[in-house]
Design a protein around this ligand. Structure first.
Ligand SMILES: O=C[C@H](O)COP(=O)(O)O
Length: 247
């Protein structure tokens, strides 16, 4: 197994979050994209305003690396129309994967029926354009029951409305990596959460993202059935080292 084929190398910091100027942050993104090309990672994941540049670099290099971007990141609480508009823009910019943040707060306060439409409509747009669609459920904000419910809800929407050949193009993804938890609590993928997602989202795919730092952690998740690892430590993981979670 070549772990690089599972790695979505991720850089999602804004310039302000990175403590850089816009121009400096753009240079970091270029470095991350070039690294993904050199390492032949499965995908490079960047903010929407960097997706077109990433795609251009990859096409110019004749590389098979794909480009992903996040939609309604990191809170997922904008209206459906806004999610759809962001998705259309990302598609025009050449994104191959659309990682939508689900409105998990709405789900928590209003229940599953309140978010079914966004899952259906956004998934429909992505799949209609031949894209891969991922739903970030933000496991750190959910209890176990909610992780089970949301994984099953996304699965049921897909199984009810789309063809069997589409199932592998829809993922349930654990985390944005940006959720603020109490001191000491993990804000990303944990093994128990990933197991619940795998059990309840099948036959949809699962992406583990947020806090994955080592080769061993990544391999363990892949051996359980995870199809992608989203990480800002992709190079370290590929080299069998422990990453520090940043560039
Ligand atoms: O979607 C991916 C996450 O942002 C990656 O999280 P990380 O920075 O903790 O590796």
């Amino acid at each position: 197994m070549d772990i690089r084929h599972y790695l979505d190398s991720t850089y999602l910091k804004t310039a302000a979050q990175a403590g850089l100027t816009e121009a400096e942050n753009r240079e970091v993104v270029k470095k991350v994209v070039q690294e993904a090309i050199d390492e032949n990672f499965r995908l490079v994941m960047v903010r929407p305003d960097m997706a077109a540049m990433a795609k251009e670099m990859i096409v110019a290099a004749g590389s098979a690396v794909t480009v992903g971007t996040v939609i309604d990141f990191p809170q997922g609480n904008n209206p459906l129309e806004s999610k759809l508009a962001e998705a259309e823009a990302a598609i025009s910019d050449g994104a191959d994967d659309l990682d939508f943040v689900l409105d998990y707060e709405k789900f928590k306060s209003e229940g599953g029926n309140a978010i079914k439409k966004q899952v259906l409509e956004c998934t429909r747009v992505g799949l209609a354009h031949g894209k891969i669609v991922k739903w970030i459920i933000e496991v750190a904000a959910l209890n176990e029951h909610e992780i089970v419910q949301l994984s099953a809800l996304i699965k049921n929407v897909v199984l009810t409305h789309f063809e069997e050949s589409d199932y592998s193009r829809v993922f349930v993804k654990s985390s944005t990596g940006f959720y603020k938890t109490e001191e000491g609590k993990p804000n990303g993928a944990t093994l128990p959460a990933i197991k619940l997602m795998l059990e309840n989202a099948f036959p949809l795919a699962v992406k583990a993202a947020g806090g994955v730092r080592t080769y061993d952690e990544a391999v363990e998740m892949i051996s359980l059935g995870v199809k992608r690892i989203g990480t800002s430590s992709a190079k370290a993981i590929a080299e069998g080292e422990e990453g520090s979670g940043g560039y």
